[in-house]
Structures are given as C-alpha cells and as structure tokens.
Design a binder for this molecule. Structure first.
Ligand code: PLP
Length: 418
C-alpha cells in the first residue's frame, strides 16, 4: 500500500508535471475540461476493482449490490437532466458509445449519412479508416461553401439519393446550433433512424442553453467529459423502441465489464449538472466564446487575415479562420502554446492548406469557465489571442498576462498532488 511516489516515482513525476502544466497555462481545447474533485475521488476509488458485467439487478458476477446503486443513480440522474425513455451509462468512451449506436441501429454494409470529417464531423461518423467507414457504407453531407453552415436542403437531397438507414447529426468542430427538427423530418421522409451525437454541447443542453436532441432523435450519444465536465466516458439515451438493442450492443456487443469507478463518477457529474452553479458556468462558457468571436472578427484582426467561421458562435467554441493569414494553423497553435494558451489547429472546410498544417484553430471556453473565468477574463484572453496572432508579437508580455490570469484563478487550490 505504498504511495505512488515510492512505487513508481517516474509516473508520480508525470502526474505532478501535468498538474503544474494545467495550473500554469490556459486550457482552451474545446473538448477538454477540469473535473471536480468529487469526480476524481469516485474515479480513483476501490470501485475500479469490481467486475459487473450485465446491468443493475441482472449481473453475471456476485457482489454487485453496491455498484448496482451507483449505476442506478447514474441512470436516474442522467435522465433527470436530459430526459429520454432509456439510458445506458456504461460506454467507456464516446467512440465506444458510437460503435454501440451503429451496432444497434444498422447492419454492416448499411448506408449511414453524417457530417463530413473535414467539415467538422467526428471519426466515428463514417471516416474511411474508422470502424464506421469500414463496416458501413458511409456517405457525408458538408457545409455550404459560402455560409459554412449545414444546408438542410442539401442534406435532404443527399438523403433522398442515398437512402441511409441512419442519419447522424452532431459534430466535433462546428460553431452553430444544428436544426434537429429538420433532421427528424428528413429522417422520417427517407425512413432512416436519427442519431444525434451531442458529445460537444451536452453541457449546454443540460443547462437549457441549447436545444435538447433527446426528445427528437431515436438515439442520442454523448461523451461526459467535454462541456459536461465529468469523467472521460460515454452515455447513450434512446427511445424505448431501441432500449434493448442499445443495451445489448453495449454489452455484450461492444464491451465486457463496465468501468464501475467511472460509472460512479458519471453519477457524480450528472448530479452536479443539475445545479445552479453548473448552469452559471455554462452561461459563462457561452459568453466567453462570444467574446472571443467578437474580438477575432474585429477590424484589426481582419487586417491580419484572422476571421471566424460563420462570423460567430452559438456554442462553446470558435473556429478561427486563417485562410488569408500569413500564419497557418500549426504556426498559430505553436505561438499560442509559447504564450501559454493551449488550443488545437483544425482544418477549415475547403481548407487550401494540407491537413497536418491546416488553416484554422478550434478555440474553446469550457475549461476556463470551470476555472472561474467570466466576461472580464475572457475579454483579456481574447485580447491576448488576437495580439499573439499579429506579426511579431511581444511574447514575454503576453506570457506575463497569461500567468497573471492563471494565478488569479488557481486550479484545484489547496491540493498538493493528485
Ligand atoms: N463524438 C464526438 C462528436 C466527439 O467530438 C468525440 C471526441 O472528440 C467523440 C465522439 C469521441 O469521444 P472519445 O474521445 O471519448 O472516444
């Protein structure tokens, strides 16, 4: 029972270094967040020792009386926040949740229709070398080349031509609210199932700041660790008609034993998602993204070739458009890293630069909102980003401004180590 510093000092050092990195920099990767201490406690608990194949009350292992309580609480709390006839809280990750969804809704070889990866879709929505592109006949819809928004008339045309069994709405890099009702109508017209992947914006949905796809779609998958701010994992909501299929697609279709420590941590996260504090944080998340979009569409940013795709955002992220900038996505990511702001470069639709370089940045506000940032701090961050992306930025001055923000909003205050 020796502590990790004694058993494995190298890994203990990695954890300490990572904690210091998270504390000392500004995290703006749109899919990341900081989990509350209570979530980490559940995840780092003895529940990791327990096998619990099956579902509460129907396990294939003895000794599940306590983990059954954890899973039932996770289910009840998830449904209290999002609704839905049925929920499965066992997927280990978003990608595994999505594999289970396709397993439940389609047969290998069936046609599926999702948002083009290069236009903001996810790997698991039909990318060529992902399981979804290898086992299914994956077709894609894209964004309009002028507006950079999804054109629902075009989605309908493609759906009528391709006869998909599953239509996928949801994204990894798209700054606008998607019209779930329009997707529903198209799915009904062509006889397809509608699957929404709300991984990115689930926290906004939970706070009532984004339309909820759960009452509209046949199946909704999500990750729990992005805007929702819970443990790294997935969850699936479904209409009653698909409940059994989803459950058997997750176990035994996709997975063996559920990660009960993570299921318990999901219960904690769903409990927190129902609080006023969580809602206020999601409001600050949205406000921060709007402030950054405004700053990066200001005339001086435009003069440097910086712009924002679709001219703004409805969600927790901004897609900076660098197509006419001297900086490519890689260079912009690197300069922000040097300043102390972590973002990821991202291809923009119809990107003229190669995929490893790209012409875009995906900038997200969930982690900084969790850290406590409000309008004033996001205005300062937006200004630092805009200045860093100018020619010959004053890097030491910008580093000092980042450090001041990081110091003013300490991460996990009082904790020596994790
Ligand atoms: N779905 C969407 C829309 C995502 O953006 C992501 C992750 O980025 C996933 C699914 C996959 O989640 P995970 O990384 O947990 O497999």
């Amino acid at each position: 029972n020796a502590p990790i510093e004694q058993i494995d000092p190298e890994i203990a050092q990695v954890i300490e270094n990572e904690l210091n990195r998270q504390r000392g920099t500004l995290e703006m990767i749109a899919s990341e967040n900081f989990v509350p201490r209570a979530v980490m406690e559940a995840q780092g608990s003895v529940l990791t020792n327990k096998y619990a194949e099956g579902y509460p009350g129907r396990r294939y292992y003895g000794g599940c009386e306590f983990v059954d309580v954890a899973e039932t609480l996770a289910q009840q709390r998830a449904q209290a926040v999002f609704g839905g006839d049925h929920v499965n809280v066992q997927p280990h990750s978003g990608a595994q949740a999505n594999a289970a969804v396709l397993h439940a809704l389609a047969k290998p070889g069936d046609t599926i229709l999702g948002l083009e990866l290069a236009h903001g879709g996810h790997l698991s929505h039909g990318m060529r070398i992902n399981f979804s592109g290898r086992f299914y006949n994956a077709k894609a819809y894209g964004v309009d080349p002028q507006t950079f928004r999804i054109d629902m008339d075009r989605v309908r045309e493609i759906a009528l031509a391709e006869h998909p069994s599953v239509i996928i709405a949801g994204w990894s890099a798209y700054p606008r609210i998607v019209d779930f009702e329009a997707f529903r109508q198209i799915a009904d017209e062509v006889g397809a199932r509608l699957w929404v992947d709300m991984a990115h914006f689930a926290g906004l949905v939970a706070a009532g700041l984004h339309p909820n796809p759960v009452p509209v779609a046949d199946v909704v998958s999500t990750t729990v660790h992005k805007t929702l701010g819970g443990p790294r994992s997935g969850t699936i909501f479904s209409k009653q008609e698909f409940a059994k299929k989803i459950d058997s697609a997750v176990f035994p279709g996709q997975q063996g034993g559920p990660l009960m420590h993570v299921v318990a941590a999901k219960a904690v996260a769903f409990k927190l998602a129902a609080t006023e504090e969580f809602k206020a944080r999601q409001r600050r998340t949205l406000e921060g993204a709007r402030i950054i979009a405004e700053r990066l569409t200001a005339p001086d940013a435009k003069a440097n070739g910086i712009d924002v795709l679709t001219g703004g955002t409805d969600v927790h992220l901004v897609l900076a458009d660098l197509r006419t900038s001297q900086l490519d996505g890689q260079q912009a990511e690197d300069i922000l890293h040097e300043v102390g702001i972590t973002v990821n470069r991202n291809a923009v639709p119809f990107d003229p630069r190669p995929p490893r370089v790209t012409s875009g940045l995906r900038i997200g506000t969930p982690a900084l909102a969790t850290r406590g940032f409000g309008a004033e701090e996001f205005t300062e961050v937006a200004d630092i980003i805009a200045q860093a992306l100018k020619p010959q930025p004053d890097v030491p001055a910008l580093q000092a401004r980042v450090r001041r923000l990081a110091d003013d909003f300490p991460l996990y205050p009082g904790l020596e180590q994790w």
